[in-house]
Design a protein around this ligand. Sequence first.
Ligand code: PEP
Length: 255
Amino acid sequence: MKPLIAANWKMHKTVAEAEAFCRQIRQMEGQFSGVEVLICPPYTALAAVQKALQGSTIKLGAQNMFWAERGAFTGEIAPSMLRECGVEYVILGHSERRHIFGEDDSLIRKKLAAALSHGLKPILCVGETEEEREEAATERVLEQQLCAALEGLDQGKPGEIVIAYEPVWAIGTGKAAVPADAENAAAWIRQVAARYLPEEDMKALRIQYGGSVTVDNIAEFMALPTIQGALVGGASLEAATFGRLALAAGEAVNR
Ligand code: PEP
């Protein structure tokens, strides 16, 4: 099982900038053999990135989607629309969606089920806020988010779910989690997920760490036995930096 190193560009990059990034990263892709590399551009660049990645091993993902197939949902994007753009993965429940746009566990659960039933591989983000961490509530918060998302899930292939442990206080702050804390959180995530996912799916389950991952700290996270990838925001915006990060991740897992 290769670790999944995912670039979350958030609301960055025009189509032209996205195409330039793809040209550059493709020059390095021969060196990414130890990891699976994924790019999640904004919706407007999905089609262009799909074209720019044709024939490449680099995968395409979206940063969000709605759960309905079609209808009066102004501004939203359906799972089938993502599939049509060649999207394979979709990030769901990112903390910016939860905290800035008010997405709750029940909405995220609907999105997760819709993604699976459309053959999309969801990257389910979970994580505690700084306040929750200070109250020693990390395990309770992770458990609540996971139970709400996974209980009774019978659509598609649950084995294709990726879970990203993203402590909210570490996202975009330059303050990454201490590897031992990330390891413990990922172990807890695995324990909770095992209540809902069959053994076979648990074997395939990848848990990513996300939160101020850089070229300098990626190796520490990839060396952890409970972590199988990273969700990367800021350090994914420049192709040379993200390429070096993916390379360092591959080297760390092959060590
Ligand atoms: C993210 O966007 O999910 C993220 C972890 O961002 P950053 O790497 O910038 O902290």
